[in-house]
Design a protein around this ligand. Structure first.
Ligand SMILES: [Zn+2]
Ligand SMILES: [Zn+2]
Length: 83
């Protein structure tokens, strides 16, 4: 487990459920797809339509396919093109 990246910009947030702790599961604001003040993730990087996120709650790091945005050739750690 890595510490929270101190260089993560506070302005770069994403509202995506954390696959590790799923802390937004019971939050009515998150369920309503609102921008919740508590349950957001740091956007550490983005390439194409993929975001590299970190959960402030459990420090989990993962990649999230947003399904929109420029889908030019994917660079970086490709995690299988199964879908
Ligand atoms: Zn988490
Ligand atoms: Zn929430």
């Amino acid at each position: 487990m890595l510490p929270i990246d101190p260089w993560a910009e506070m302005g770069r947030r994403a509202w995506v459920a954390c696959p590790n702790c799923d802390d937004s599961r019971d939050c009515h604001r998150c369920l309503a797809k609102r921008t919740c003040a508590e349950h957001w993730r740091y956007i550490l990087a983005s390439y194409g339509s993929v975001l590299r996120l970190q959960c402030p709650g459990c420090a989990h790091l993962w990649e999230h396919e947003t399904g929109f945005g420029a889908t030019r050739g994917r660079t970086g750690p490709a995690s299988g093109a199964a879908f």
